[in-house]
Design a binder for this molecule. Structure first.
Ligand code: UDP
Length: 524
């Protein structure tokens, strides 16, 4: 036990096992370390722990983050050996995998008991993924607070929770329907629902998992949300009214250098530290990506990526490629084998129009990056003008933090609700298509890309709004005196006050304000 945890306290963090969750959890752990003197223990299964370790460095932010291994054996849950992450998992195994995560309750209980025995008091709180509702009960029984962390935005989370808990589309035959907690004007459409929620009826495995875990999370002491109050005021208003709990907007959880006024990608040291963040082998070197971007003008390149684990249908891939070529617009495309093929396997030229890659490389119109690209560096480069994205929340936050507008192609989870919010409320996005089942043709791809890349008109308007969101995000993390602090900093203060509570005042022998402000000398 070190002196920090003895005097100030300890936080336990429990991410769901998917890259889109591990990345913001680690970013939140770092944010907490920068803001407070607390020790943070991030607990997850062995392979995910190895992944997290590969992305960390012995820097100041990471030094107070401990990693704790939660034993997990996938074959005991009927899953293939070494399945510890949703990455590369076929859809029919996602739900067995989700259900298997409940088995982490026993090792988490041991972890909290050990901390309590060693430090003479329980951790200040357990911060767990919203889909780990089981942890609320574990925390309660062991005398610690329970905080849910949604790695999504406020609006998307609100829609996701309300849709799963109420299944409102099941009580109507209409294509459009209202969702409890949303105003009448925000009607949802059946096509925005993934097949699994569209068909859910409370007795299926998807309903059983989500309804149980989300309901349990509603009993937490508060929710943390990776978003910014000012960019989605409606989402926060609705979520707070629905949950009747404190909701702290502690986003954007991107590396701090991305929120600085000057370009974050000039010094080499910064490049290395951003790259390490995902611990993934790049499909094209950073230098190659930057050379490509440097060879094009400001806001001229379309970046295309569908997140950490998605791919598209073979026919979609073909139409997207033809449409891109027809548009003539420069692009960087993170490409994986299409649906129905081994996503980790060799990429076959036949999935693209004949000669496509050679023509794109030769004319410098396009760069195809296999499997994984340095997304943050691409988004923060001045040549990137729009992002064709599946609209996972991390990708949205990363894009908007750089003022890059979005072309949406949502695929699952809460992505379609994120698109709805960005189209109707923020107006930083246009939708290309939705889901895996839709039809798209190359002409639509071409026209949409042309619109999005316009300097004026619709594209220009989206870019202006994305720039306004970028400024709001930068303001949100501003340190300063009470009146001057950004909303993210205020939210972190409130969160810390809540987890410290009265009993900790007695343990710490320190006024709360002094604990909160101790770390203020370290700037974001
Ligand atoms: N990512 C990346 N390079 C890639 C693909 C994804 O760095 O080629 C990162 C991206 O920056 C983001 C995360 O992986 O932080 C994807 O999270 P998101 O919430 O957007 O989507 P998910 O993978 O959860 O569907």
């Amino acid at each position: 036990m070190d002196s920090q945890s003895q005097s100030h306290g300890h936080l336990v963090m429990l991410p769901f096992m998917a890259h889109g969750h591990l990345i913001p959890f680690l970013a939140l752990a770092r944010r907490i370390r920068r803001h407070t003197p607390f020790v943070v223990t991030l607990a997850t299964t062995p392979l995910n722990l190895r992944y997290l370790r590969s992305t960390m460095s012995p820097s100041d932010d990471d030094s107070g983050i401990r990693l704790y291994e939660l034993p997990f054996c996938s074959s005991e849950h009927g899953l293939p050996p070494d399945t510890e992450n949703t990455e590369n998992l076929p859809l029919n195994q996602i739900m067995p995998f989700c259900h298997s995560s409940v088995s982490l309750a026993a090792p988490v209980e041991r972890l909290i008991s050990n901390i309590t025995a060693e430090e003479g008091r329980p951790p200040l709180c357990v911060i767990s993924d919203v889909v780990f509702g089981w942890s609320v009960d574990v925390a309660r029984r062991l005398g610690t607070k329970s905080i849910a962390f949604t790695t999504g935005g406020a609006y998307g989370t609100m829609a996701y929770v309300s849709l799963w808990l109420h299944l409102p589309h099941r009580s109507t035959d209409a294509e459009e329907f209202s969702v409890p907690g949303f105003p009448k004007r925000c009607r949802f459409h059946r096509s925005q629902l993934h097949r699994y929620i569209r068909e859910a009826d409370t007795t299926d495995e998807w309903s059983k998992f989500f309804q149980t875990q989300l309901k349990l999370s509603l009993a937490s002491d508060g929710w943390l949300c990776n978003s910014v109050e000012e960019i989605e005021p409606l989402g926060f208003d609705l979520l707070r009214k629905y949950l009747k709990l404190p909701v702290w907007a502690i986003g954007p959880l991107v590396p701090p250098q991305m929120l600085k006024k000057s370009s974050p990608i000039s010094p080499n040291s910064t490049l290395k530290s951003l790259q390490k963040r995902t611990g993934k082998a790049l499909g094209a070197s950073l230098e190659k990506c930057l050379d490509f971007l440097n060879s094009h003008g400001p806001n001229s390149v379309l970046y295309i990526s569908f997140g950490s684990q998605n791919t598209i249908r073979p026919s979609h891939m073909m139409q997207l490629a033809i449409g891109l070529e027809l548009s003539g617009k420069p692009f960087i495309w993170v490409i994986r084998p299409p649906l129905g093929f081994d996503i980790k396997g060799e990429f076959r030229a036949e999935w693209l129009p004949p000669g496509f890659e050679d023509r794109m490389t030769g004319s410098k119109q396009g760069l195809l990056v296999r499997n994984w690209a340095p997304q943050l560096e691409i988004l923060s480069h001045g040549s990137t003008g729009a992002f064709l994205s599946h609209c996972g929340w991390n990708s949205i936050v990363e894009s908007l933090s750089q003022g890059v507008p979005i072309v949406g192609w949502p695929m699952g989870a809460e992505q379609a609700y994120n698109v709805k919010m960005m189209v109707e409320e923020m107006r930083v996005c246009m939708e290309l298509t939705c889901g895996f089942e839709s039809q798209i043709d190359a002409e639509v791809v071409k026209r949409t890309i042309e619109l999005a890349m316009e300097e004026e008109g619709k594209g220009g308007e989206m870019r202006r709004r994305a720039n306004a969101a970028m400024r709001q995000m930068r303001e949100a993390v501003k340190e300063g005196s009470d009146d001057d602090k950004g909303s993210n900093v205020k939210a972190m203060d409130e969160f810390v006050r809540t987890i410290l509570g009265e009993s900790t005042r007695i343990h710490c022998h320190l006024p709360l304000e002094s604990i909160i402000t101790q770390k203020r000398s370290v700037k974001l």
